[in-house]
Design a protein around this ligand. Sequence first.
Ligand SMILES: *[C@@H]1O[C@H](CO)[C@@H](O)[C@H](O)[C@H]1NC(C)=O
Ligand SMILES: *[C@@H]1O[C@H](CO)[C@@H](O)[C@H](O)[C@H]1NC(C)=O
Ligand SMILES: *[C@@H]1O[C@H](CO)[C@@H](O)[C@H](O)[C@H]1NC(C)=O
Ligand SMILES: *[C@@H]1O[C@H](CO)[C@@H](O)[C@H](O)[C@H]1NC(C)=O
Ligand SMILES: *[C@@H]1O[C@H](CO)[C@@H](O)[C@H](O)[C@H]1NC(C)=O
Ligand SMILES: *[C@@H]1O[C@H](CO)[C@@H](O)[C@H](O)[C@H]1NC(C)=O
Ligand SMILES: *[C@@H]1O[C@H](CO)[C@@H](O)[C@H](O)[C@H]1NC(C)=O
Ligand SMILES: *[C@@H]1O[C@H](CO)[C@@H](O)[C@H](O)[C@H]1NC(C)=O
Ligand SMILES: *[C@@H]1O[C@H](CO)[C@@H](O)[C@H](O)[C@H]1NC(C)=O
Ligand SMILES: *[C@@H]1O[C@H](CO)[C@@H](O)[C@H](O)[C@H]1NC(C)=O
Ligand SMILES: *[C@@H]1O[C@H](CO)[C@@H](O)[C@H](O)[C@H]1NC(C)=O
Ligand SMILES: *[C@@H]1O[C@H](CO)[C@@H](O)[C@H](O)[C@H]1NC(C)=O
Length: 843
Amino acid sequence: MAPSVSISILVLAFWVLCIFTHSTTMVVAANSSALELEAKALLESGWWSSNYTTNGSSLSHCAWPGITCFDGSVVGIYMEEVYLGDKFRKFNFSSFPNLEDLDLYNTGLQGSIPPEIGTLSKLRMLSLSINNLTGNLPLSLTNLTRLEGFFIYNNLFSGSIPDLLGNLKNLQMLQLGTNAFSGSIPHQLGNLKNLTYLGISRNKLTGELPPPLANLTQLETFEISSNLISGSIPKELGNLKSLSTLDLSNNTLTGPIPSTLSLLTGLSHLDLSSNEFSGPLPSFLWHLTNLAYLSLNSNQINGSIPAEIGNMKNLGELYLNYNDIAGQIPFTIGNLTNLRTLSLAWNQISGFIPAEIANCISLQNLTLSHNYLTGTISFDMSNLYLLQYLDLSYNNLSGSIPRTINHLAILETLSLSRNQISGSIPVEITDCRSLKHLSLSHNYLTGNITSLIGYLHFLNAIDLSHNNISGDIPFELGDSPSLELLDISYNNLTGNIPNISISIKEINFSYNSLHGQIPNGYLNCTPYTFIGNKDLCGDIQGFPPCFPTSSNSFSKKNTSPNNSKSIVHEIKIVVPLSFFLVFLLLGCIFLSRRGDKKTKLESSEPKNGDLFSIWNYDGKIAYEDIIEATKDFDISYCIGTGGYGSVYKVQLPSGKLVAIKKLHRLEAENPTFDKSFKNEVKMLTEIRHRNIVKLLGYCLHNRCMFLIYEYMERGSLFSVLSNDVEAVEFDWMKRMNVIKSTAHALCYMHHESVPAIVHRDITSNNILLNSELEGFVSDFGMAKFLDPDSSNQTLVAGTYGYLAPELAYTMVVTEKCDVYSFGVVALEILMGRHPGELMTLLS
Ligand SMILES: *[C@@H]1O[C@H](CO)[C@@H](O)[C@H](O)[C@H]1NC(C)=O
Ligand SMILES: *[C@@H]1O[C@H](CO)[C@@H](O)[C@H](O)[C@H]1NC(C)=O
Ligand SMILES: *[C@@H]1O[C@H](CO)[C@@H](O)[C@H](O)[C@H]1NC(C)=O
Ligand SMILES: *[C@@H]1O[C@H](CO)[C@@H](O)[C@H](O)[C@H]1NC(C)=O
Ligand SMILES: *[C@@H]1O[C@H](CO)[C@@H](O)[C@H](O)[C@H]1NC(C)=O
Ligand SMILES: *[C@@H]1O[C@H](CO)[C@@H](O)[C@H](O)[C@H]1NC(C)=O
Ligand SMILES: *[C@@H]1O[C@H](CO)[C@@H](O)[C@H](O)[C@H]1NC(C)=O
Ligand SMILES: *[C@@H]1O[C@H](CO)[C@@H](O)[C@H](O)[C@H]1NC(C)=O
Ligand SMILES: *[C@@H]1O[C@H](CO)[C@@H](O)[C@H](O)[C@H]1NC(C)=O
Ligand SMILES: *[C@@H]1O[C@H](CO)[C@@H](O)[C@H](O)[C@H]1NC(C)=O
Ligand SMILES: *[C@@H]1O[C@H](CO)[C@@H](O)[C@H](O)[C@H]1NC(C)=O
Ligand SMILES: *[C@@H]1O[C@H](CO)[C@@H](O)[C@H](O)[C@H]1NC(C)=O
């Protein structure tokens, strides 16, 4: 697509040139009988519909679409993208002695070019690009000595390029690309001294590059990719001083690359990929400091990448894939701050990935796969927030996945497979919200699969196979609506197989320690999906049938595949009902005692004189203190990353401990996150309750976007429940108290606050615990005032697994959404983990 677009731009530019020069061209005044012949020929061509009629004496045809006349005679015919098909033949060329421009771009022309075209002796521009024209170029074309632009890109022309084209001395643009021309490049093309554009890509040309081409000193673009050109680059090509684009890719050119190319100082695009160049990278390349694009992919280049590469300040894309390059990546790569693509795959590059790569802040695509890189992935990713594609697979990298990965907010592909990476998958990966392809297979990863992976709604393929990952398969894995491939084979996963088969095309659970029944949704899978799990049962070949037990006897009776839908329906009805009952029960018990607490509630108002008691609108008062206390948000103060930002633990000069929630830099520019942030400020400034985390201050400014909260020593309810030691300390009384606190907070928000506030994201992650393990509701980023006048319809917000099914279906926000989520959290507190399985077993 791109070449055709650029060609049409060129064509357009050329017309502008032509039309501009018309005013200075004198056309021999034609007599009326000649003009009548033109009108007649146009009528007979059949190119215009029968609505258009001629009237020789009134020159009405000059007003037809696509016709330009000068002194009454037709000088231009522009039929771009009008379907003409085989009507090319009906055109009487000899009737248009004054025609200068003929544009038949993309008009469906068939057959060969009629030799009569040679009678258009004044023709300056001829475009026949994007048609189905066949055969040889007629020799009569060489009569068109005034031709300045000749475009026949994308047709089916064959035969050789006529030597006589070298007679068209006025040619400035010659585009013969994407045809089937064979034979060699005529050296007579070297006569076309005025040529600025020469495109012969995608033909079947053989032979060598003729040295006379070096006479084309006006040439700016020379494209001859995808032919069968052999031999070496003639050293004379260094004379093409005006060249800015040189594309010799996909031929069979051999080395050495002549050093005279160093004279092409205006070169910005150099593509020598897919040839047979050998030897080291020519050192002169690094002096072509205007180069923005350099590809030497698929050659036999050896040696190492020299440090001088740091000179190429304008380099935007560098491709050296599929060569024999060895040595290390020079640290001077960090000088290339405009580099968008660095692609060095399939070489023998060794050593560490230089930390300086973190300075390449424009990087969008970093591909270093299939090399011998060692060491850890230690470069700081926090400035590489434009990265979309990161492939370090097939190397010898070790250490763990860096936590700074949370800065890669638009990363779409992460491949670290086939290395020796250890440690667990960092929970920060869930900040890579755009992730589509995640491949971590064949490493030494341990730990659990974080259930937060359910946040990554664009995930399309997950490959975690051949690691040592343990724990349960989080059912949230199935929450990604676009997931098509899930391979978690060859790990040490335990527990049951969750029912996550909705849209997945390829799934592999084999060789783990999974047990229990294979859910009915998987009955179409082959046994290989589950092989190597000793304790699985189900109606799949090679596995024993499940014996009815108390927990699965209900589903056992309904194992015909058609029943799965009705089970889903029952869940929808049973689950919300039972949670509502749980809430009603708890609510009745605890809310009745609410009266006792009223006095305490008031004493929790911030005192006057406290550092943050002034709501800080201008971003100045607290800013310096915060920056000093966190050493400008040093990563060592970071205690976690959540939905919309990172949380830092900060000790202020006064000794007071606070938690600071800072919006990620990139997200700060995103209006939705900004909105959520401001929403949270608005909510929290309007509500005060002893069971709602207190907002101490905030800064809303382009440079600083953070909220300052009371510090909660024990972190989130989720982290306490999932830590074995802390979970023991979190005894029944404390658990009941947290349920009560949450109920109080919700009761206040729903019934005492005017207007009512719906939190919309009550989860175990958003309930924080202080040193006494008392619970506080936090994270009001999604909360919504229930305004009686405005529509209650909204987009679905909240966390999967806590979201009331009614909300997901009707999108109506009511207090009931929070009640459902509260029910889930209450069960989670009592059970010690998310009641996900219980919800499926309720069927
Ligand atoms: C008019 O044009 C015709 C055909 O082009 C030509 O034969 C004839 O001599 C011309 N007459 C004059 C007076 O120019
Ligand atoms: C041609 O145009 C003239 C005047 O503009 C008019 O008188 C004449 O009828 C027209 N002839 C035809 C065939 O339309
Ligand atoms: C084309 O036009 C010329 C006059 O310009 C005429 O002599 C010739 O017969 C026409 N050819 C056809 C095929 O109509
Ligand atoms: C080439 O271009 C120059 C300047 O634009 C012009 O004077 C000359 O006539 C053109 N043709 C040839 C054959 O040099
Ligand atoms: C064109 O190039 C050839 C070979 O490179 C050279 O011999 C010849 O002198 C050049 N002609 C002109 C007019 O520069
Ligand atoms: C390379 O050229 C060959 C023909 O010479 C063609 O078939 C192939 O598609 C080209 N490859 C690329 C990547 O353009
Ligand atoms: C690089 O390749 C050239 C030509 O194939 C060979 O002569 C040379 O020894 C190679 N150099 C290295 C360092 O492998
Ligand atoms: C890299 O950039 C620094 C500062 O811009 C410069 O001093 C140094 O020479 C550059 N290194 C290379 C190899 O270009
Ligand atoms: C990669 O690491 C493995 C194990 O540490 C080692 O055996 C192998 O030689 C290494 N390969 C290279 C090319 O460094
Ligand atoms: C897998 O991890 C477990 C601990 O979780 C460890 O005991 C075991 O040795 C590991 N297995 C392999 C093959 O590394
Ligand atoms: C699986 O994990 C258990 C304990 O976590 C460990 O003892 C066992 O060695 C692991 N199995 C493998 C194959 O790594
Ligand atoms: C929105 O919800 C509130 C509380 O449930 C209700 O009072 C109000 O009438 C609703 N507004 C609309 C427009 O439905």
